[in-house]
Structures are given as structure tokens and as C-alpha cells.
Design a protein around this ligand. Structure first.
Ligand code: CUA
Length: 324
């Protein structure tokens, strides 16, 4: 009996501990979350093992004989046992609450010198702005070992920012600024995922978080800063996340949420408009002409607010299929 109990307990513990249920941690915040998770899980395993073992033992030990039809002895409870089975769980739950509260409060601290990033969610792309530098990127680039304080907002509907390896999610809500602290501990590239159903292109609303050294980060920021003034259609296309919905061979994008941009010449001809006018109109007033087979209200109307030089460069880029 004891042998079977120990064997069953060992198998259950191995399943719990050896299978990688959670992604590998790549941030200090994720480390704390995993600690809380395992703290609670180990307590649960121990409590479950004791209760299950006692139950199985008693079912076996106090079972009735086949021909025994008599009533069991009347029992009026046991005050000592009741105190024990109330006090121990209360102590364990309190311990879990304290550990969780500490982890939560630590995870909200960005320290004295965080990298500040504005995260803008819109159907169906993420945009990352680095305030003070004028840099806007479609990828989240952060230095390793330094806290980053994300300020999230959405321009249309609710989105939710999630990098599984960083362990936290935060909603991006129109008209509201939400906050998230990330302290990356590993170099590499991690997926950024939208985890709030936000429309037709929700599944394509993905980007990447690239964790680099502080030197690489500084060099990247300086390079992007140079590019930010000049614009360049390819840079605008990337920064505005056009490729999340549209295929454009020149940009190497293949998304099919919106019409392909490789056929704009033909589409403009069908619409009876010069191709540059057709492309510009489709960007600033997307509801005017809806391509056959596509729905109204999917393409954001926010691009009408692009600075004129960026809009010109973008139109030129889409028309020619070449970077300028
Ligand atoms: Cu944005 Cu789902």
C-alpha cells in the first residue's frame, strides 16, 4: 500500500516538475512570477499528496467486511483536528498572499534609469516610440539587464501586449495609459503577441522584441534617429505596420488581411485613377473604395494624420515597390 502510494506520488511530482509547462524566463519579472507559481504548486502537491494518501489508507483500513450490515459508530467531530485543518491552510494561503504581494510590488518598480517606450496598439500592428529621440519602430528593441517602462495606449479598440518569455500581459486601451515594466535578462528575439481579440487581423498582430546589449541599443537608436527625419517609404511602411495586413513583395510581407499592394497599378486602372492618387486616397480615406472581397471598417483611418513628407514617401514606395 505504502509502496503504491509513494510510487504514485513520485510519478505525479515528476509530471509536475519535469515537463516545461512555462516558457523559459527571459526577464526578472518572469523569474518572480515563476517563483510564486512554483511556491503555490509545491504547497498544492504536498497537501494533495497527504490528503489523498490519508483517504486511500482509510478506505482500505476501515472498509466493511462483506457480510457486515451494522451501522458505523456515531461520531461528533474532533475539535483538535478541526483547529489543525483550519489553521494550516490559513497559514499556507497567507504565505502565498504575502509572496504574491511582494512579487507584484517588485514587478511594478522600474528603478531610477529605465528605458521609456511608448507602445501604441492599433488594428493590426504594434508601434514602439522612443520618446526624446523621435524614433518610431515596428519592433521593440531593448537593452539587456536594464528596466524598461512601457506606456501603453491604443488608437482604436482594446489590444493586449504580451511577450510570453517576459511573463506579463498588459492591455492597451483607447484613451487610457497603462504601464508595464520589463527587465530583460537574456539576449535574443522574442515574439510580441496581441492577446485581445481586436478584429479580423488579430491573429496577425504580432511583432518581435529584440534584446541587445546596451552598446548595440545605443547604436540602433542613433541609426534610427538619423532615419527618422529623412523618412523613406520603406521605413514608414515598417514603422506604421502596413505589412501586418498587406502583402508587398518589396517589403517581403505576405499578410492577407487587406488587399495585396503588388497589384496597385492594375487596381488603379480598374478604378480609373492615376496610381499615385489611388494609393494616397486608399491610405487617407480607406472607406471610399473597398476592394472586392474585403470588409469595410478594417483598415484604420488614422493614417490620414501622417506628416506630409512621410505620406508622400509611403505613396512613392507603394507605387514603385522600391525604397527611396
Ligand atoms: Cu490587437 Cu488582437
Amino acid at each position: 500500500m505504502v509502496v503504491i502510494g509513494v510510487a504514485a506520488g513520485t510519478v505525479a511530482t515528476l509530471v509536475a516538475v519535469l515537463i516545461p509547462w512555462l516558457p523559459d524566463s527571459a526577464s526578472k519579472e518572469m523569474d518572480r512570477i515563476q517563483f510564486v507559481y512554483w511556491f503555490a504548486t509545491v504547497i498544492s502537491i504536498v497537501v494533495f499528496a497527504i490528503v489523498a494518501a490519508a483517504l486511500v489508507y482509510m478506505v482500505w483500513k476501515f472498509r466493511a467486511a462483506p457480510d457486515d450490515d451494522s451501522d458505523g459508530p456515531p461520531i461528533h467531530g474532533h475539535t483538535g483536528l478541526e483547529v489543525v485543518w483550519t489553521a494550516i491552510p490559513a497559514a499556507l494561503v497567507t504565505a502565498i498572499a504575502i509572496v504574491s504581494a511582494i512579487a507584484l510590488s517588485q514587478n511594478g518598480k522600474a528603478g531610477t534609469n529605465p528605458v521609456r517606450v511608448h507602445v501604441i496598439g492599433q488594428q493590426f500592428a504594434w508601434k514602439f516610440e522612443y520618446p526624446g529621440s523621435g524614433v518610431s519602430s515596428g519592433r521593440l528593441v531593448l537593452p539587456v539587464g536594464r528596466s524598461a517602462e512601457l506606456d501603453l495606449v491604443a488608437v482604436d479598440v482594446i489590444h493586449s501586449f504580451w511577450v510570453p518569455d517576459f511573463g506579463q500581459k498588459q492591455d492597451a486601451v483607447p484613451g487610457l495609459h497603462t504601464r508595464l515594466v520589463i527587465t530583460p535578462t537574456k539576449l535574443g528575439t522574442f515574439p510580441v503577441i496581441c492577446t485581445e481579440l481586436c478584429g479580423l487581423g488579430h491573429a496577425t498582430m504580432r511583432s518581435e522584441a529584440e534584446i541587445v546589449t546596451q552598446e548595440t541599443f545605443d547604436a540602433w537608436l542613433a541609426k534610427e534617429k538619423q532615419g527618422a527625419g529623412g523618412g523613406g517609404g520603406a521605413a514608414v511602411f515598417t514603422a506604421q505596420g502596413c505589412g501586418a495586413c498587406h502583402a508587398l513583395a518589396a517589403a517581403g510581407t505576405t499578410a492577407q488581411v487587406g488587399p495585396s499592394l503588388d497589384t496597385v497599378a492594375k487596381d488603379a486602372q480598374a478604378a480609373g485613377e492615376p496610381v499615385a492618387d489611388f494609393v494616397r486616397e486608399s491610405i487617407v480615406d480607406p472607406e471610399k473604395r473597398i476592394a472586392a472581397g474585403y470588409a469595410k471598417g478594417v483598415m484604420p483611418k488614422t493614417f490620414a494624420g501622417l506628416p506630409k513628407d512621410q505620406l508622400d514617401a509611403l505613396v512613392q514606395y507603394v507605387v514603385s515597390g522600391k525604397g527611396s
